[in-house]
Write a protein that binds this ligand. Structure first.
Ligand code: SAM
Length: 270
């Protein structure tokens, strides 16, 4: 098997991952401070990713290796596990089962972990929660496990919806629903978004990115009841200013920030 090893991590070289895919990588993995890109044959690589090395490796049982290296993720009151790790959840923790490798949202990314923690800091009992950019469905399901009366997860990518629904089945959580959709971006998402979302929600969580939060902040305000908590992540700390000014522009207050490495999560109330 042909492997190209590049110094760095998925986080530090986020902008370079697409270059590897574009060059024909069949898989990417992060291990021991390096990125490993798998190729069927040697490829011409752009300058930005030319600092790596090619080598041949013996075939391995990747599925077994992947499963062995995956760790449960503790995020406040919730522990996120793969289906075969149910037995590893400590007493008193809420188990959230996610089939890994299907969609973004296994809990291994700092933004997902911080968002689950932030949801756990709220009293969600009986609340209606909207999760924008649901991916694997992790945040909507965490909200439901934490007591939300109703959780709706929407994603602009239709491929994520059956994955999120399958994860909901794995967890057997009630009151959670997943639909293709987005918030008020012209030309994006289905036309019937108004019907899809129903009345304003008590809590809105979105793990997207700073520029999109800036565009959507008015929609967040419209989808939230007055005083409703807003949880935003997917924000690079270097772009916190953009999100802060967008929130201030829309009249959000009580803005609080938590950080994990280069990632930030912002909470606010409207
Ligand atoms: N919520 C999961 C989590 O916290 O791990 C997944 C977050 S992942 C970083 C972002 C997700 O947002 C992706 O599934 C992507 O398809 C979706 N997305 C991107 N732009 C969107 C938009 N404008 N509206 C709705 N979903 C969007």
């Amino acid at each position: 098997m042909l492997v190209y090893t590049l110094p760095g991590t998925f986080e530090t070289r986020e902008a370079h991952l697409d270059l590897l895919w574009d060059a024909g990588a069949t898989g990417l993995e992060e291990r021991g401070g390096a990125i490993r890109a798998y190729f069927d044959e040697r490829a011409e690589l752009p300058q930005a990713v030319a600092d790596g090395e090619w080598h041949e490796e013996a075939e391995q049982d990747w599925q077994a290796e992947f499963k062995k290296n995956l760790r449960p993720v503790r995020a406040g009151r919730v522990t996120i596990v793969a289906p075969w790790q149910r037995g590893e959840v400590e007493a008193g923790q809420l188990a959230l089962v996610i089939e890994p490798g299907m969609a973004f949202g296994t809990g291994h990314h700092a933004t997902t972990r911080m968002a689950v923690e932030a949801l756990g800091d709220l009293d969600l009992t009986g609340r209606r929660v909207l999760d924008v950019g649901t991916g694997s469905g992790v945040l909507a399901m965490a909200a439901a496990l934490l007591g939300a009366g109703e959780a709706l997860g929407v994603d602009i990518d239709p491929l994520t919806i059956p994955i999120a629904r399958a994860n909901a089945e794995l967890n057997g959580v009630a009151g959670v629903r997943f639909e293709e959709g987005t918030l008020g971006l012209d030309g994006l998402g289905p036309d019937d978004d108004r019907e899809l979302f129903g009345p304003p929600h008590d809590v809105l969580v979105a793990n997207l990115y700073a520029e999109l939060h800036d565009l959507l902040v008015g929609e967040y305000a419209a989808q939230l009841v007055p005083g409703g908590p807003l949880i935003l992540t997917g924000i690079l700390t270097s772009k916190l200013g953009l999100v802060r000014s967008a929130l201030a522009r829309e009249g959000f207050t009580a803005i609080e920030v938590r950080e994990d490495g280069e990632w930030a999560l912002v909470t606010a109330r409207n």
